[in-house]
Ligand binder design. Structure first.
Ligand code: ADP
Ligand code: ZN
Length: 623
């Protein structure tokens, strides 16, 4: 059908590139190319190599899917995400694209059929795992040698970079593709933004002479918010109830135990939540992932083992209950929100113990001093982001080498925190640590120092006669939680450090300057009232997909959503494969009265119009 390159009359390599636009309209149902999609598509259709760095949600898939449909032969896509290949292929088939995959999870008959279709040039796209190529000796490699290949797309290309966060040794062998098929264009794609990774990809995949396309990594529809952690589960529940009722989202926790506990708490509170971590049985994990993708409004509580390649477009929030280990991780994890471009929230609660925990993990990590120093630098950058009084987005993009203006859509822009001169409290806390260490030869955690400053006569204070220290009771001007904030910020600024099994505090090389009054310490005052959504009801944007819809359109949207859920269930497909929320929103506001009017809606291509058009019109007509 439309996807068949044979039927597009003009030669694929025509400079006008109308074939590409035609595929964009008819197959994908989109009006126009976005950002540099057009240039990338033209580059690959013309037979050139491309290295594409584009954030999640930027629209990378079209960059290789359209050339694969326009060029003669089959587009071969290398992807590490075996568990998601079925979904990717289903989504393409729903568009009328002839797609297939080969991986180890298949039975022999299915495999034979895909191989046959590939050799007969009856596929537009073939998905493969990198290990299937077996370094040039495998059966799959020999299969490729007998087929007609349109292009090679290397998805999640940062997996080839050792410096990055998802290194996969199998990716190293992909440089052989070019040696064997020098004339076939290659396109490598990643959402990883750091220039180190960028260079490494180019070098290892032999793409130095390819055309590089580097998009902005800004995700304007994501609202970044980082709040001090008081009672995390309660804060999370508050967020979900007031702003994300019924929305799909991801909650990241550091440990398996807290994943389990948080998922239980949410479920008990009536919020449908599923756990996901590496300790769960493989089948349970796969089932939970599949439910998250297929059903509307589920919350996935997960360790970082979850998420790469999840292209669910309507994840409305990503919540962190623990601090990520680097800005890179934070960016990748929060980036899973709002692929569809609709407003979404990246929310994180963080406290002193996060710093303690992360520093402890670095101390206990394998590897040499240089490696630990690198981890430490990553963590410090992350901490600077959490404690900043400037725009979060500006700081985030700066980290990736991009300049930006304050965004107006992050917590520090929406309710700017004040800074205050925390030099005196810093001196008090540091000198408590100093006295314990030097007068008593003792080390304690932050809690004990704070009790001493507040003049609390606890059992532990009495036992160690800490009430006899000169600093006892000199800090009553701040509350306990304010002192914890002071300790956290001193840790973040490297003016204090934590050590050992008991997370005891000690001074750093920089502490002395503060104690000698040679250095000021500026701190961030949390805008406690405004940080909660209860204050001004309208100002905090709610990010549900019905935002900005009239009540009438919202009702129609919900009706369409219910229809979609039924179809998704019946066909065993994720709801978004039928239509994205964004498409349903547009249908609900425009209320097209005919098939041809429906066909003009973004995301309604020919195949979907034929398959679902009548049903959508009926759903619109029903009251
Ligand atoms: P990425 O792989 O870069 O994360 P996707 O390819 O999944 O991004 O695209 C993100 C979303 O944007 C998808 O919902 C996709 O259908 C949509 N999209 C991509 N290109 C366009 C376009 N030119 N017009 C409208 N929507 C688009
Ligand atoms: Zn901002």
């Amino acid at each position: 059908m439309t996807a068949d390159p044979e039927t597009t009359e003009s030669p694929a390599l025509s400079v006008t590139g109308d074939a590409a636009l035609d595929v964009l309209h008819r197959v994908f149902g989109y009006d126009a190319f976005r950002g540099s999609q057009r240039e990338i598509v033209d580059q690959v259709i013309g037979g050139g190599d491309a290295l594409v760095l584009m954030p999640t949600g930027g629209g990378k898939s079209l960059c290789y899917q359209i050339p694969a449909l326009v060029r003669p032969g089959v587009g071969v896509v290398i992807s590490p995400l075996i568990a998601l290949m079925q979904d990717q292929v289903d989504a393409l088939r729903a568009l009328g694209v002839r797609a297939g995959f080969l991986n180890s999870s298949q039975d022999l008959d299915t495999r034979r059929e895909v191989e046959r279709a590939f050799l007969a040039d009856e596929l537009d796209l073939l998905y493969l795992a990198p290990e299937a190529l077996g370094g040039g000796t495998s059966a799959t490699w020999r299969l490729l040698e007998r087929g007609n290949i349109a292009l090679f797309a290397i998805d999640e290309a940062h997996c080839v970079a050792q410096w990055g966060h998802d290194f996969r040794p199998d990716y190293l062998a992909l440089s052989m593709l070019h040696e064997r098929w020098p004339e076939i264009p290659r396109i490598a794609l990643t959402a990883t933004a750091t220039s180190r990774t960028h260079e490494e990809i180019a070098q290892r995949l032999n793409l130095q002479t390819a055309k590089h396309f580097v998009a902005s990594f800004d995700r304007p529809n994501i609202q970044y918010r980082i709040v001090p952690k008081n009672s995390p589960t309660k804060q999370l529940l508050d967020l979900l109830r007031t702003e994300h009722n019924g929305d799909a989202g991801i909650v990241y926790c550091l440990s398996r135990a807290s994943v389990e506990k948080t998922a239980e708490t949410l479920s008990a509170a009536g919020i449908p939540a599923l756990p996901y971590h590496a300790g769960l049985d493989q089948r349970v994990r796969a089932a939970n992932q599949s439910r998250f993708l297929r059903e509307d409004g589920l919350v996935m509580v997960a360790t970082i083992a979850f998420g790469m390649g999840i292209d669910k477009p309507d994840v409305r929030f990503v919540a962190h209950l623990d601090l990520p280990k680097s800005i890179e991780s934070y960016y990748q994890e929060t980036g899973r929100a709002g692929r569809d471009g609709l407003p979404s929230t990246a929310w994180m609660a963080y406290g002193m113990n996060d710093v303690v925990q992360q520093r402890r993990m670095i101390d206990g990590s394998e590897g040499d001093l240089a490696h630990r120093r690198m981890l430490s630098m990553h963590l410090d950058a992350m901490l600077a982001l959490t404690e900043t009084v400037d725009c979060r987005r500006v700081q985030l993009l700066n980290y990736f080498g991009e300049k930006a203006e304050p965004c107006g859509n992050c917590d520090t822009c929406l309710s700017p925190p004040e800074t205050w001169d925390g030099t005196v409290p810093a001196q008090k806390l540091l000198s408590t640590v100093y006295r314990l260490q030097n007068e008593r030869n003792q080390k304690f955690g932050a809690g004990q120092s704070i009790d001493i400053l507040l003049g609390k006569r606890t059992d532990k204070v009495a036992k160690f006669r800490h009430d006899e220290l000169s600093v006892f009771g000199i800090g009553t001007e701040l509350s306990e939680s304010q002192w914890r904030g002071v300790a956290r910020q001193l840790l973040a600024q490297n003016l204090l450090m934590v050590e050992g099994e008991y997370s005891t505090l000690s001074l750093t090389e920089s502490s002395a300057a503060v104690l000698r009054r040679e250095r000021e310490v500026m701190m961030r005052r949390e805008p406690e009232k405004v940080a909660r959504s209860s204050g001004s009801s309208g100002s905090r944007s709610k990010s549900s997909p019905t935002i900005d819809l009239s009540p009438e359109a919202a009702a129609v949207f919900e009706r369409l959503r219910a229809w979609r859920a039924g179809v998704a269930k019946e066909q065993g497909l994720p709801a978004y494969v039928i239509f994205h929320d964004k498409t349903l929103r547009q249908i609900a506001t425009q209320k097209p009265a005919s098939l041809s009017a429906l066909g003009t809606v973004d995301g309604v291509g020919q195949a979907k119009l034929e398959r679902y058009g009548e049903q959508v019109l009926e759903t619109l007509a029903a009251e």
